[in-house]
Design a protein around this ligand. Sequence first.
Ligand SMILES: Cc1ncc(COP(=O)(O)O)c(C=O)c1O
Length: 417
Amino acid sequence: MPDIDWSRAQFPALRLKAGPQPAVFFDAPGGTQVPQRVADAVADSLLSANANLHGAFKTSRDCERIVREAHRAAADFLGCDSREVVFGPNMTTLTFALSRSLARDLSAGDEIIVTKLDHDANHAPWKALCERGIVLREVEFHAEDCTLDLDDFQSKLNAKTKLAAIAYASNAVGTINDVEALIRRARAAGALTFIDAVHYAPHGPLDVRRLDCDFLVCSAYKFFGPHQGLLYGKAEHLERLRPYKVRPAGEDIPERFETGTQNHEAMAGVTAAVDYLAELGRRTDGALSERPRREQIAAAMQAVRAYERGLAAALVKGLLAIPGLRFFGIREPERFDRRTPTVAVRIDGLHPRRIAERLGRQGFFVWDGNYYALNLTESLGVESDGGMVRIGLAHYNTAEEVERFLTALGELARSAR
Ligand SMILES: Cc1ncc(COP(=O)(O)O)c(C=O)c1O
């Protein structure tokens, strides 16, 4: 069990109010809050190491240290070598850059698999390659529980498949895909794999070596850090692929993919976010104090996973008891190893925006709309009518918040009948 009281005390934003009521942050899939130490690290970097890299003076060397430490921290978070971590503005921009780079080795008629469960950032960069004659194959999902259609995935794999781009978890309905199995199948067909772990990253341990994926992306602002994208790529690919870059920039990895001047202050924040998780791990299991940071992070994320599963069970049970509520995604608690605590709902007679507004006025911060999972909301037939209300929890939320939320939503639903 993670030490939630300690965790909550780390996040100053959790003390904010919305009018007279405490703010309840159920907007985690859109971006999580940050511990004090993340804000401090960003500020320190700007105030004491604000220089560009490779200079002959102290602040430049200090900035290089920040960059090195951030690569090490991210490598511990992902389970890889620090040379295999590429930083960039956000996942979307990194994915567009990688897709263009990969396309240099593709030919017209080559195929890429994407899924209809995914955020558009794992669709549009691959779709853009259709201009070069590359063919996109879109995998369907089962509407009744929003799980991927594995038979459809298999049927779309063939000798022309060069890449499978798959979400680890859906940012809209919380489904965790069986990425291990999907990666195995893609690999057996000779395809590379690109995993979008943006939504999954704050909810469970990541281990790119065990997954054996070729690429994986995430975004630190979804796992308690600042706005900073991260791309893992196997060293062999980062060395082999040809990035679009300026000539004077280095040819070593990962620099050759880190175009332009990076957001050094955000990198300092990434290290602090990873260190926060490591400390959470040590508090979960004191025996880990002398163990490597990676093990501490893994323990934290296992504990987070178990804790969030309990919150999700209470949330989903309460939601399903509300008359007139339509629930999207996996609902059976015994299948919750296949979902994050992110759920999407609609209520008969109430537009999602009106629900989010009314909840917002009571201090409950939830998203409405499509959250860029456009293929999903279109397939579910809700896109033209406001999408869905998304309730997205993180480990800093509590059972008491869930209970109060369910009461508020229940009253709101009753008022619509
Ligand atoms: C699953 C998923 N993929 C990709 C993205 C895009 O990430 P970024 O904002 O870092 O470009 C998001 C953002 O919400 C997301 O939830």
